[in-house]
Ligand binder design. Structure first.
Ligand SMILES: [Zn+2]
Length: 104
């Protein structure tokens, strides 16, 4: 592996860990396929069983290196779930203005 290649892959690893923050969205199409929507409006499909992705990066490396979608989709799904639960909690538990005034 060349130094450039190592740097590139380190960047991919790093970026794969904050896809949610970067505006990516993952959706399970079925048991095996996760669809990734990128902030640029592209859509890629990650096959979680064969561990392949339909993005240009994955194709360019012919599967020798995982792309950030493949590396990052589990965390992306997890982050989305957390955000969803947080939103639900805030809706459920946000005190009514009158209640808030009654608090000591
Ligand atoms: Zn990919």
């Amino acid at each position: 592996m060349t130094l450039d290649e190592a740097r590139l892959l380190a960047g991919v690893n790093e970026r794969s860990q904050h896809l949610f923050r970067d505006g990516y969205y993952a959706k399970r199409l079925d048991e095996y396929i996760v669809e990734i929507n990128t902030p640029d409006g592209e859509t890629y499909e990650v096959d979680t069983v064969f561990e392949t992705c339909s993005c240009p990066f994955y194709k360019a490396w012919q599967g020798r290196h995982d792309c950030k979608h493949l590396l990052g989709y589990p965390k992306l799904l997890g982050d989305q779930e957390q955000a969803r639960q947080r939103a639900m909690r805030e809706r459920t538990y946000s005190p009514h203005p009158e209640e808030e005034e009654a608090l000591p």
